[in-house]
Ligand binder design. Structure first.
Ligand SMILES: *[C@@H]1O[C@H](CO)[C@@H](O)[C@H](O)[C@H]1NC(C)=O
Ligand SMILES: *[C@@H]1O[C@H](CO)[C@@H](O)[C@H](O)[C@H]1NC(C)=O
Length: 404
C-alpha cells in the first residue's frame, strides 16, 4: 500500500466520499423517521420540565405504524413521572427507538415522584428500544430520609420500568441514583438488557440494579452494577432468564427471591447466571424465601463461572427469611427448591462460612450439585460449609465440602 500513487489515492477517496454521501442520502430518505425532542419543546437545563415534550414525541411516534426514532440530544432534561403507553389504543407503532445522547433527570424534590412507584414507565408496549443515555433519579435525598429513620419518607420510584411489554431492548443505558429499584422488568417477554451501567451508593436502601418478575425470556448481558441492594433480583414468575458477563459490587449480589411471601405464587424456572464477578458484595449467588407457607418454587437454576472477591456469603440458600420476625407463623418455607447447580465458583469469602444452605425442614432442597467449587477464607484459610435440609452431590474439586 505504501507506494500507491497520489492519483490513485484521490480516486479512492472520491469513491469513498461518493459512497458515503450516497449512504447518508439513503438513510435520510429511509422510512425510519427521527423525532428530536427539542422540536417538541424539550429544553435542556434542569429548571424547565420537559415531560410534556417527551410525551408529545412519544404520541407522534405512536401515531403511525412506521418505525421511528425519538432522539434526545446532549444536555440534562428535567422530567417528572411519565408513563409511555402502548397497546393499540395509544400506540400504533411496534418499532420505537429512543436514542439518548444526554441525560434524563428526575425532580430533586423526592416527594414529586416518591409515591408514584415508577419514574419512567413503559406500559403495554411492543418493540421499544432504549439506546444510550443517562437516567438520573436524584435519589440521595430520599435515601437520607430513609436512613435517618423518619417515618413519612415515601417509598420511592423505580428509575425505569417496563410492564406488560414485549420485544424490548435496553442497550448502553446508564442508570444512576434511583430512589428505589433502578430497572424493573414486570409481566414482560423477550427483553434484552445489554451494556447497562447501574451506579448508586453502597449504603443506598432498596436500590436494586435490575429486578425481573413474572417475565419470560429476559436476557441481561455485559453489564456493570454497583448499588446498595441486589445487583440483580429475580422475583416470582421469572422463567427462561439468562444472565451473563456481569460485574457486581458493591451490592447484595444476585438473588433469586425473595420468594414465597404469598401463598399462591408463580415459580421461578430455568435461570442461568453465568460469568459474574462479585466484588466486596454481601452475598454472591443466593436463593431466598420467606419462612411461611407458599406453593412457590425455584427449579432448574445454573450458577456457572463465578468469581468471588472478598464476598461475605458467596453461596447462600436461605429459606427462613422473615424481616422483623413478623408474619412467619412457624418459620417453615413452602417454597420447593430443586435442581440447582453451582459450577466453577471460586475466589475468596470474607466470612468463614462460604457456603450456607439453610433449606426448609418441610421441603428440603433437592438435586443440588456442586462441581468445581473452590472458595477460601481470607488469605487461603480453609472456609466452612454449613447445610441443613439439603440433598445433593458433588463432583470435581469442591472446597469447602461436607454438605453431602
Ligand atoms: C431455558 O431458557 C433459555 C433462555 O434463557 C432457553 O434458550 C432454553 O430453551 C430454556 N430451556 C428450557 C428447557 O426451556
Ligand atoms: C483453590 O484456590 C486456592 C486459592 O486461590 C488455590 O491456591 C488452589 O490451587 C485452588 N485449588 C484448586 C484445586 O484449584
Amino acid at each position: 500500500m505504501a507506494n500507491l500513487n497520489p492519483k490513485h489515492n484521490t480516486i479512492v477517496l472520491l469513491v469513498i466520499y461518493f459512497l458515503f454521501t450516497f449512504e447518508t442520502t439513503i438513510a435520510s430518505y429511509d422510512d425510519d423517521k427521527t423525532l428530536n425532542v427539542i422540536d417538541f419543546g424539550a429544553k435542556p437545563g434542569s429548571e424547565i420540565d420537559s415531560s410534556e415534550a417527551f410525551l408529545a414525541a412519544w404520541e407522534s411516534a405512536c401515531s403511525t405504524t412506521t418505525p421511528s426514532t425519538i432522539y434526545v440530544p446532549q444536555g440534562r432534561f428535567l422530567i417528572g413521572k411519565v408513563v409511555f403507553k402502548g397497546s393499540y389504543e395509544y400506540c400504533k407503532s411496534n418499532g420505537i427507538t429512543i436514542k439518548i445522547d444526554g441525560a434524563l433527570v428526575a425532580p430533586s424534590n423526592y416527594d414529586d415522584i416518591g409515591n408514584d412507584g415508577n419514574w419512567l414507565l413503559f406500559d403495554d408496549v411492543n418493540g421499544v428500544s432504549i439506546i444510550g443515555g443517562v437516567l438520573d433519579g436524584q435519589g440521595n435525598g430520599l435515601w437520607e430520609c430513609k436512613r435517618s429513620g423518619k417515618r413519612n419518607c415515601p417509598m420511592g420510584a423505580t428509575n425505569l420500568g417496563f410492564t406488560n411489554s414485549k420485544n424490548i431492548v435496553i442497550n448502553g443505558v446508564t442508570s444512576v441514583n434511583s430512589q428505589m429499584y433502578h430497572i424493573v422488568i414486570d409481566r414482560s417477554t423477550n427483553v434484552k438488557v445489554q451494556a447497562v451501567r447501574v451506579s448508586a451508593a453502597g449504603n443506598s436502601p432498596n436500590t436494586d440494579g435490575i429486578h425481573v418478575q413474572l417475565s419470560s425470556f429476559v436476557t441481561i448481558l455485559a453489564s456493570n452494577i454497583a448499588t446498595g441492594d441486589d445487583c440483580i433480583s429475580i422475583g416470582p414468575g421469572t422463567t427462561n432468564l439468562w444472565i451473563e458477563n456481569i460485574a457486581c459490587g458493591p451490592g447484595h449480589g444476585i438473588s433469586v427471591g425473595s420468594l414465597g411471601k404469598e401463598f399462591e405464587e408463580a415459580g421461578v424456572e430455568n435461570v442461568t447466571v453465568k460469568t459474574v464477578t462479585f466484588t466486596g458484595t454481601e452475598n454472591g449467588v443466593r436463593i431466598k424465601s420467606w419462612g411461611r407457607p407458599s406453593n412457590g418454587f425455584a427449579r432448574d437454576i445454573l450458577f456457572q463461572h463465578a468469581t468471588m472477591v472478598n464476598v461475605q456469603n458467596p453461596i447462600v440458600i436461605d429459606q427462613s427469611y422473615c424481616p422483623d420476625e413478623k408474619g412467619c407463623p412457624d418459620q417453615v418455607s413452602g417454597v420447593k427448591i430443586r435442581n440447582v447447580m453451582y459450577e466453577d465458583i471460586h475466589g475468596t469469602s470474607a466470612s468463614e462460612v462460604a457456603v450456607r444452605l439453610n433449606c426448609s425442614p418441610r421441603n428440603p432442597c433437592n438435586e443440588i450439585t456442586f462441581q468445581d467449587v473452590n472458595l477460601t477464607y481470607e488469605n487461603n484459610k480453609q472456609a466452612q460449609a454449613s447445610c441443613i435440609h439439603a440433598q445433593g452431590i458433588t463432583s470435581g474439586f469442591v472446597q469447602p465440602n461436607g454438605c453431602f
